[in-house]
Structure formats: C-alpha cells, structure tokens
Design a protein around this ligand. Structure first.
Ligand code: PEP
Ligand code: MN
Length: 340
C-alpha cells in the first residue's frame, strides 16, 4: 500500500501519517519525489487494510493506493510512475543517459587493472568494474585476490577518477568491500541469498543486483525489494542472461526483461552482454540491442589480453574492441533519444 501526499502537505501532516502507520506496527518508507511525496507502507496486509480508510481521511493525504504485486517499494507506482536515478559518486545511473561500467572480470595484477582503467575511461566508460571475490563454478579455479584486488581497484580510482564496482559474495565481506568500492555488486548466484541482500540493504552504498540464471523477473524484483526494505533505496538491476535449453551461448540474454522491468519498476536496468553470451564476438551486437531496447547502461568485461585472463577470457573485449563498441553505441543511443 502506498500513501500519496498532496503537493501542499506540511511536515506536520506527513509526520502524523507516518506516526499512525508506525503506531499500528507497520513500517514506512518515505520517498520524496520532485512532484510528489509517497509513503510506502510495509507489513501485515490485514493491518494495512484496516488502516486504509483512516489514512485516506487524514489531512495532507491525496490518495491511498493498493499495490497488487508482491513487491511494493520497487514498483513503478511507488515512485509516482517516474524513473529513479541512482548516483554512484557523481555518476548518475538512470534518467536518460546510457552508463557503461567496464573492466576485467577478475583483478589479476596492478598493471592489468591500471591499463584497462585508463583505456576504458578514454573510450567513455563512467565506472570501473573488477572482481576481487570471484564466484567460480569449480573450487579449483582462480578465486580472486580479495583485499589485494580491492586495493588495486582503489588505486585505479585514484589514477583515473572512475568509481569502482565490485562483488561481495558473503555478508562477512561486506565491510571490506564497502571500505574500497563505490558500488557493491551482488552476483547472479547470490541473487536469492537473503542475508546478503539484507546486509546490502544496511549499507549506504549503491547496489548492483544481477539476475539469477534461473530467476524470474518477479523473483529479481523481490530480491531488490529485500535491499530497499532494509533502508537502502539505491538499487540498480542487471540482466545477465538466463539458463535455457540453448547451449550455443553461455546463457540466453533475456532482452525481453529490459522493457518488462522498465514497465514494472522505477529502478534503473543494466544489461551484461558478456556473461549473457559468453562469446566476445556477440558482445557488441547484444550491447547495441540492449541500448535499443531501453537499457540504462551496460556492464562490459574488458581485458588487455583476454586469451591470458584467469577468468571469463572468451567473453572479454580487448580495449580496442571496447572502443569500437562505444563508438557504435553512440548512434544507437541517439536513435532512442539517449546519450552514452
Ligand atoms: C561478474 O560480473 O563478474 C559475474 C560473476 O557475473 P554473474 O554474477 O552475472 O555471473
Ligand atoms: Mn566474469
């Protein structure tokens, strides 16, 4: 349920509404938009129903709207139908531009990261990615350089000014990751790790939540709801491919999810064409398609020498190919009324 306050409401009126909600044992999430303030009411459905009429009668309340979907705070209605912009430092995600986050799958060496960071920045990337804690299918594969990798990423931020996005795989890693990173990634395999989602919700860092390979769109939205319900509104969703019977590609990049998510939620939506295809030659075509479909940005793996990469070599672009992709995206973005 959401309470939409009238444009002319006062602070006292709003406080009276939140007090009434909290006195009934429910929780409030206040969303101050440019045109409207909306209060999300979270908790037991029966209590909400009982409270509904009296809230509607309160001074300063324009309307009380039931949200029928199981997710509430991520629902588009909760944001007055408008898109949310999530800021990572001074970089806005959502709200018209196409943001490209680029960097290696894994942090391997200082030189590899610094060289990649300079190259992707030059080509127009706005944020740097790189894995420090790697979720690998085999326990014998490279698992990431952990804190050493985070220090290298922080050094690359110093050198280039690019904010850093990196994954936390476990609640016990969250403090260390947030000490160095500007945005926390929750990876596909952890999309339904509810303690981790709650922990991400308790940080003040923006979160990039990747869709699980077998998760429905509704499950992705409910996972985002966990983070926001914990008090962190800065969530960005990322479609990265789902598992289907097709095995020519690593996953099947579900570009349907882009317009579907844009209609259901106010949160920004990114696309990862690298994990979605597993093949570098497919990355640029699918990046173009993602922008054409309305994605707010892309997550792209770039490595100076993909054939020597310790993880995901076959799907990483060289810095040269990345620069070509960025140029091609300009035209597509322009055609759909956006800018890269
Ligand atoms: C990654 O972005 O490096 C990654 C491991 O992705 P995913 O969680 O989508 O597999
Ligand atoms: Mn990877």
């Amino acid at each position: 349920m959401i309470v939409v306050m009238s444009p002319a409401h006062t602070r006292e009126m709003r406080d009276a509404v939140t007090r009434k909600i909290e006195d009934a044992g429910l929780r409030c999430q206040v969303n101050e938009g440019v045109e409207r303030t909306v209060i999300g009411v979270v908790g037991d459905s029966h209590t909400k129903e009982v409270l509904r009429d009296s809230l509607e009668a309160m001074a300063g309340v324009e309307s009380v709207v039931r949200i029928l979907q199981p997710y509430k705070l991520v629902a588009r209605e909760f944001h007055g139908g408008k898109d949310t912009t999530v800021w990572v430092g001074d970089v806005p995600i959502g709200g018209g531009s196409v943001v490209v986050i680029a960097g290696p799958c894994s942090v391997e060496t200082r030189e590899q990261v610094l060289q990649t960071a300079e190259a992707v920045k030059l080509a127009g990337a706005k944020l740097l990615r790189g894995g420090a804690f790697k979720p690998r299918t085999s326990p014998y594969s490279f698992q990431g350089l952990e804190e050493e990798a985070l220090k290298i990423l922080a050094e690359a931020r110093e050198a280039t000014g690019l904010g850093v996005v990196t994954e936390a795989m476990d609640v016990r890693q969250m403090d260390m990751v947030t000490k160095y990173a500007d945005m926390v990634q929750i990876g596909a395999r952890n999309m339904q790790n509810y303690p981790l989602l709650r922990e991400a919700g308790r940080t003040r860092h923006p979160v990039m939540l990747k869709r699980g390979p077998s998760a429905t769109i509704e499950e992705l939205l409910l996972a985002a709801e966990y983070i926001i319900a914990e008090g962190n509104p800065d969530v960005v969703l990322c479609e990265r491919g789902i598992r289907t019977f097709e095995n020519y590609t690593r996953y099947t990049l579900d570009l349907n999810a882009v317009p579907v998510l844009k209609s259901l939620t106010h949160l920004p939506v990114l696309v990862d064409p690298c994990h979605g295809t597993g093949k570098w030659k497919l990355v640029t075509p699918m990046a173009r398609a993602a922008v054409a479909a309305g994605a707010d940005g892309l997550l792209v793996e770039v490595h100076p020498e993909p054939d020597k990469a310790l993880s995901d070599g076959p799907q990483q672009l060289t810095p040269q190919n990345f620069a070509v992709m960025m140029q091609e995206l300009d035209a597509i973005a322009l055609a759909v009324g956006r800018r890269v």
